[in-house]
Design a protein around this ligand. Structure first.
Ligand code: G3P
Length: 214
């Protein structure tokens, strides 16, 4: 399972990439705004930190404009995957871009049917938003199970990026369902790395080692 980091915060990306666990990055307009940096500052640096797929979101709404924007974004770096919102205009754009060999990540997916259509249009990745479904009382992970079943039944090559992750259990569930990628906010990756028994164990080993005659 690949782990992407779901943030545009360069300091967090740098720190967590140094752990050797980050295979790619996903951003969106909200995450860019939250980072407090300009889009230019982010793209100037992000590709030097992570050598893997980096999703940058297109904000145009008409297919022709999405295609133009995606072509520009894809020229920034070979690792760009253009995030395109799931709707008919987005699908039209994905169809054209996939023929041009431009990687796309169809985002804001909330059902297996949407994922199937995005894959049919030629999406490289689909991003179902699990946490936002949980937030409205719908079992988010259910659609990951459905998407993985459908994609596996028909050997669909589109990769599933489980997104809108809220806690470490989401990551475990996504892995058990065989999702290709999970994109995780830095705060959740930090929760994944720590365990109170690990901290306690380190502390007691260090205490005992200090008492050993060297
Ligand atoms: O990649 C974007 C997605 O993960 C959004 O997450 O927390 O805004 O629902 P969230």
């Amino acid at each position: 399972m690949k782990i992407f980091i779901d943030t545009a915060d360069l300091d967090e990306i740098r720190e967590l990439a140094s752990w050797g666990v980050i295979d790619g990055v996903t951003t969106n307009p909200t995450l860019v705004k939250r980072s407090g940096r300009s889009f230019k500052e982010i793209i100037d640096e992000i590709f030097t930190i992570v050598d893997g797929s980096i999703s940058l979101e297109a904000v145009s709404t008409k297919a022709d404009d999405i295609v133009k924007e995606a072509r520009k974004l894809s020229k920034i770096h070979k690792n760009v995957a253009v995030k395109i919102p799931m709707n008919p205009e987005g699908l039209k754009a994905v169809k054209i871009l996939s023929k041009e060999g431009i990687e796309t990540n169809v985002t804001l997916i909330f059902s297996a049917n949407q994922a199937l259509l995005a894959a049919k249009a030629g999406a490289t990745y689909v991003s179902p938003f699990i946490g936002r479904l949980d937030d409205i009382g719908q079992e988010g992970m259910q659609i990951i199970e459905e998407i993985m079943d459908i994609f596996n039944n028909y050997d669909i090559e589109t990769q599933v990026i489980v997104a809108s992750i809220r806690h470490p259990i989401h990551v475990i569930e996504a892995g058990r369902l065989g999702a290709h990628i999970v994109t995780i906010p830095p705060s959740v990756i930090r929760k994944m790395v720590s365990h109170s028994l690990t901290d306690k164990g380190i502390e007691s080993f260090l205490k005992d080692w200090a008492k050993v005659k060297k």
